[in-house]
Design a protein around this ligand. Structure first.
Ligand code: XBP
Ligand code: MG
Length: 256
């Protein structure tokens, strides 16, 4: 028997649908600014999402989709420069309120906060991006609601490696069985699962067909009291939207 102590949220695709209309757009703006003729379409971007981390994704693109590109002498520096510009464009998009939180996210975070359940973030995205999303959706104060924000290059191996969840668990001094993770993608699920976390998946357009073997449940969204989720795999235990009661029930079903 283990009591639920904390919720650990992924960011991109889970808190908000940031990939297609946020990150992808920001990458393209950075390419344009650098005078490159690269244009990542929504479809191509879906394939590039196989690799997490923006810098890693740019390299993957060059290795697999743009092998003819004449690489500059210092590729690391070139990629890092492009990526820094991309982060600038992305945070500006967030400041314009380009991407709202997904249904149920704000409600669930508030329920947990009110119940004294601790909150954390485990993501591969750059820390500035997390700050921007939280600031322009939940407000600047919300950054402090999250006891640990594990993000970006703080661990050398990004998802699907479990390292970012281990980092967060260590910082919170919690064991995996005391926590529930929220993810949206195959890579995120693998990462959380390898860290032995009960994982609740909410899918999106890019991840609906991913393999979520091992998830506690797979939903199309968290939903709201007046707008229920659709169950894609697993047992919703009689609930129609994801509230803290359902999170506790799913955690209990795995840990007793
Ligand atoms: C999302 C990612 C990130 C973003 C881009 O992971 O893989 O790389 O797509 O952000 P998660 P950066 O769902 O774990 O948040 O360019 O800052 O890497
Ligand atoms: Mg994600």
């Amino acid at each position: 028997m283990s009591t639920l102590a904390a919720l650990i949220f992924d960011v991109d695709g889970t808190l908000a649908d940031t990939e297609r209309d946020g990150h992808r757009v920001a990458f393209n703006l950075a390419f344009q600014e650098a005078g490159l003729d690269w244009e990542w379409s929504p479809e191509l971007y879906g394939e590039l999402l196989a690799v997490t981390g923006g810098k890693e994704r740019i390299r993957f693109y060059l290795d697999k989709y743009n092998t003819g590109f004449k690489r500059p002498g210092d590729l690391d520096e070139f990629v890092a420069g492009l990526h820094a510009a991309k982060t600038g464009f992305y945070t500006k998009l967030m400041a314009k309120g380009a991407i709202p939180l997904r249904p149920g996210v704000e409600r669930l975070i508030n329920e947990a906060k009110d119940a004294g359940v601790r909150l954390a973030i485990a993501t591969t995205t750059t820390p500035e991006n997390v700050t921007a999303l939280l600031t322009y959706t939940l407000g600047a104060d919300s950054i402090d609601w999250f006891e640990v924000i594990g993000a970006g290059d703080v661990v050398p191996l990004k998802k699907p490696a479990p390292d970012i969840f281990h980092y967060v668990l260590d910082k919170m001094n919690l064991a995996s069985e005391q926590c529930v993770a929220f993810e949206d993608s195959y890579n995120g699920m693998r990462s959380a699962h390898q860290a032995r976390l009960t994982t609740i998946v909410t899918t999106n357009g890019y991840t609906a067909d991913d393999d979520f073997d091992g998830a506690a449940i797979v939903l199309d969204q968290m939903g709201e009291p007046d707008a229920s989720f659709t169950v894609q795999a697993g047992d919703a235990l009689g609930f129609s939207h994801l509230n803290l009661g359902m999170v506790r029930a799913l955690h209990k079903a795995e840990h007793g």
